[in-house]
Design a protein around this ligand. Structure first.
Ligand SMILES: [Zn+2]
Length: 385
């Protein structure tokens, strides 16, 4: 009997698992995977100032290599539910599409990997032909992500779990299923630039030191591309997102100006080297005339790249076999939990078309669920054979 990814996806969508609520989604997966012979563990993590979050780890097989599938059952809120043509937590099918919050991000992807794993186990006598299969599923990806994947990986490592490779089932496809694998992400680093001057009357600028002049000089020296693109990445970019003086008075030169910025950076930099580069550029532009300082925010989103090799080739071959498409290896877009997993094993992100993620009437073509299941099945077979 073949497992039905559409039925699994509908069950998951019907769970109201808006971060940090478990909503029954992990309970459901625990039941399905447990019945298929997986050893299923639940782990709740806490941290002061953040909601406690429930997570799940399941494994079948004890041998290496352990192929891990990673994902999240939590979803972003639906917003105004009346704005949805198809209610966000009903899992309705209309005109060949499955609707609901999480249909593409990413209950649909989880359903496909579960169905692919069940089919594989069914065909191979109830356990992987070789190695192990595991699921690392968090309920804290769409929130602040402190009680999810990062702690679940530490928990698994403390139990002696090791991972050979990982596929994150985020909706990586761009226009059509199979066109894109995400094989890395740019790093993200944020900070505030503070320029200080001397307050004074606007009619006597010689008796004051206007920090806005210095801020303008530093902004034009710092903003924009920071390098040429690298082999696998776009160029690094510094973007100012807010410039603040907070001055409500028309005849006053303010004492201080602040500007917030974010840098998306490629593999030519580390976060530390990047700070040094930015501080040097600021120093050159300031030329002892402008008094400034930087306040850097802590970051856990370093750049990473899973280099093309046997694992990327295996995934690309499975996609080509099922869809006839040769996927592009991409590193564009925002960060994901892959940034934590890359410290444990090589990781790729591959899943549904992400265009309606976080939108009203989020949906996926039903046929994409069947196709993605077939792709995951090929990946598992090539991996475990
Ligand atoms: Zn997601």
């Amino acid at each position: 009997m073949t497992a039905d990814p559409v039925a699994i996806a509908r069950e998951l969508i019907r769970c109201r698992s808006v971060t940090p609520e478990e909503g029954g989604a992990l309970d459901y997966l625990q039941g399905v995977l447990g019945r298929a012979g997986f050893a299923v563990h639940r782990a709740t993590f806490t941290e002061s100032g953040a909601a406690a979050v429930d997570n799940l780890y399941a494994r079948i097989g004890t041998d290496a290599p352990n192929l891990m599938f990673a994902g999240h059952t939590d979803v972003v809120p639906p917003g105004d539910e009346a704005a949805w043509k198809h209610p966000p937590f009903d899992g309705e099918i209309a005109a060949g599409a499955l609707y609901g919050r999480g249909a593409v991000d990413m209950k649909g992807g989880i359903a496909c990997f579960v169905a692919a794993a069940l089919d594989h186990l069914d065909a191979s006598g109830g356990k992987p032909k070789q190695g192990s299969l595991s699921f690392l599923i968090t309920g804290d990806e769409e929130g602040i992500a402190v009680n999810g994947t990062i702690k679940l990986l530490q928990w698994a490592a403390a139990r002696g779990e090791t991972f050979a490779h990982c596929i994150v089932g985020e909706p990586s496809s761009h226009e059509v299923l199979g066109d894109t694998i995400k094989a890395g992400r740019r790093g993200s680093l944020s900070g505030t630039l503070i320029v200080s001057g001397r307050q004074g009357h606007v009619a006597y600028p010689d008796r004051a030191d206007n920090p806005i002049r210095g801020m303008a000089a530093l902004i034009s020296a710092l903003q924009g591309p920071l390098d040429e693109r690298s082999e696998h990445f776009d160029s690094s970019n510094l973007e100012f997102t807010s410039v603040d003086v907070g001055n409500r008075t028309v005849n006053l030169i303010p004492a201080e100006a602040r500007a917030r910025f974010n840098i998306r950076y490629n593999d030519r930099h580390s976060a530390t080297a990047l700070k040094t580069l930015i501080e040097r550029r600021a120093q050159a532009a300031a030329a002892d005339r402008v008094h400034y300082s930087f306040d850097w925010q802590p970051s856990n989103a370093d750049v990473f790249l899973t280099k093309p090799g046997p694992f990327t080739e295996l995934a690309a071959a499975a996609i080509a076999e099922v869809t006839g498409r040769n996927p592009k290896l991409s590193t564009t877009g925002g960060t994901s939990d892959a940034r934590f997993i890359k410290d444990y094993c090589p990781v790729l992100e591959f899943g549904l078309v992400g265009q309606t993620a976080h939108h009203v009437d989020e949906c996926t073509p039903v046929k994409d669920l069947a196709t993605l299941t077939a792709i995951y099945r090929r990946i598992i077979e090539r991996y475990c054979a």
